[in-house]
Design a protein around this ligand. Structure first.
Ligand SMILES: Cc1cc2nc3c(=O)[nH]c(=O)nc-3n(C[C@H](O)[C@H](O)[C@H](O)COP(=O)(O)OP(=O)(O)OC[C@H]3O[C@@H](n4cnc5c(N)ncnc54)[C@H](O)[C@@H]3O)c2cc1C
Length: 369
């Protein structure tokens, strides 16, 4: 079976590993000419770590990541703690895996090394796919073509595979921009709970600061959102103005402001949404991760849902013929991802405690395929 994965991001590389785990080969086509250290954080909640563990990257992730001790909610203005959920060992006991917070580049490094160079074609940008009776033809931007029996669009929020399958339809700007920074922890270690995931909640859903440790605790991630009327730039490398961010949060509690004071530079990116799709694919092509269900970051499930998709899809492809496998994959994944996609828009997740089991307790390896 010729399986083509479009996109060598988190979901695409995890799928290549999960297919290998199930005895199937695939080729990953990635548009970037070389992998680089782009982006900042990825929050791997226990459901994501459990999906990744059998793929041989668990040890490397644990040696690079941090393990937040608690997930804390604080009032952004008074600093009052409104909820404090134990993570780390407690999460490991409840869910069979810890929460790991990791630099996106460290996660991608681990996945790339495990997948190996021979499986990935770098600098291979897909333009569109064309389905025929005997499979699908991939058309690349360099004019080359290739046939495949199964095509998986793991090519992110602006997916070319999605455009081919469902027509051009652009994601909608939410009126929110996200600022991200990574700082040495020694700049903020006078604050309490720097080894925890902490969210400072403001008066509306645009106003919040999140922080958690990265890189074995040596680095600290700072994330804040702000309202913007319009936005046209699309990038993971655009610098933001830290002065604007500090001004927007001038009335926040001193602990939260100290996080922004510690940042020299921030990256700014826009937050977009799409509505859940009624169907994802066809008899020989499907979607995975952000290509299928891009999410706001407020439940920290973008990467988690991509890796869950990857494991379930690989298991379905190993168990059934292609049309049945893709059908079964969609029917297992659509409702859960739609629920999280819509829940992430609300920005209420775990605001005042609550039960995270339905998200963190999911085991992609145990789902009946
Ligand atoms: C460069 C980058 C930096 C990011 N930084 C962060 C971050 O700091 N924090 C955060 O929470 N999320 C970040 N994200 C988003 C996050 O990785 C995803 O939301 C989530 O992990 C879901 O993963 P995914 O595999 O579906 O999509 P992605 O991780 O976005 O991967 C999609 C991949 O497809 C490739 N691709 C796109 N179009 C084509 C094409 N036409 N042909 C071939 N390949 C294509 C992209 O280059 C990319 O490698 C970043 C994404 C990217 C691409």
């Amino acid at each position: 079976m010729r399986i083509a994965i479009i996109g060598g991001g988190i979901g695409g590389l995890t799928l290549a590993l999960a297919l290998r785990h199930e005895g199937l080969d695939a080729v990953v086509h990635e548009r970037t000419p070389q992998f680089g250290r782009v982006g900042a954080d990825i929050n791997l909640t226990p459901n994501a770590v459990r999906a990744l563990d059998p793929l041989g990257v668990g040890h490397e992730l644990r040696s690079e990541a941090a393990r937040p001790r608690f997930r804390i909610s604080r009032d952004g203005y008074t600093g009052e703690v409104t909820s404090r959920l134990p993570m780390s060992d407690a999460a490991e006991q409840s869910y069979g895996a810890p929460q790991l917070t990791i630099h996106r580049a460290d996660l991608l490094d681990a996945l790339e090394r495990a997948v190996g160079d021979e499986t990935v074609r770098l600098g291979h940008r897909l333009d569109h796919v064309e389905e025929g009776p005997a499979g699908t033809t991939l058309h690349f931007a360099d004019g080359s073509t290739e046939d495949a029996d199964v095509v998986v669009g793991a090519d992110g929020i602006h997916s070319a595979v999605r455009r081919s399958l469902h027509g051009a339809e652009h994601p909608v700007f939410t009126g929110t921009v996200a600022y991200r920074a990574v700082v040495p922890t020694e700049r903020v270690d006078h604050l309490t709970d720097v080894d925890c995931f902490t969210k400072y909640w403001g008066s509306d859903r645009f106003t919040q600061i999140v922080t958690f440790p990265l890189t074995r605790g040596e680095e600290t991630f700072v994330f804040a959102t702000a309202h913007e009327e319009s936005w046209s730039q699309e990038s993971w490398t655009t610098p933001g103005r830290i002065e604007d961010l500090r001004a927007a949060y001038a009335d926040f509690h001193e602990d939260a402001r100290a996080l922004l004071d510690a940042c020299d530079e921030v990256l700014i990116s826009a937050l977009y949404v799409r509505d859940p799709l009624p169907t994802w694919g066809s008899r020989s092509a499907t979607l995975l991760g952000d290509a299928a269900h891009p999410m706001m970051p407020f439940m920290a499930q973008g990467a988690g849902q991509a890796v869950e998709d990857a494991v379930v899809l690989a298991r379905c492809l190993a168990a059934h013929d292609t049309p049945h496998a893709l059908n079964r994959y969609e029917s297992l994944r659509r409702e859960r991802t739609a629920q999280i996609q819509l829940g992430s828009r609300g920005n209420e997740w775990l605001k005042a405690g609550g039960n995270a089991d339905w998200v963190y307790g999911y085991d992609a390896w145990a789902v009946e395929v």
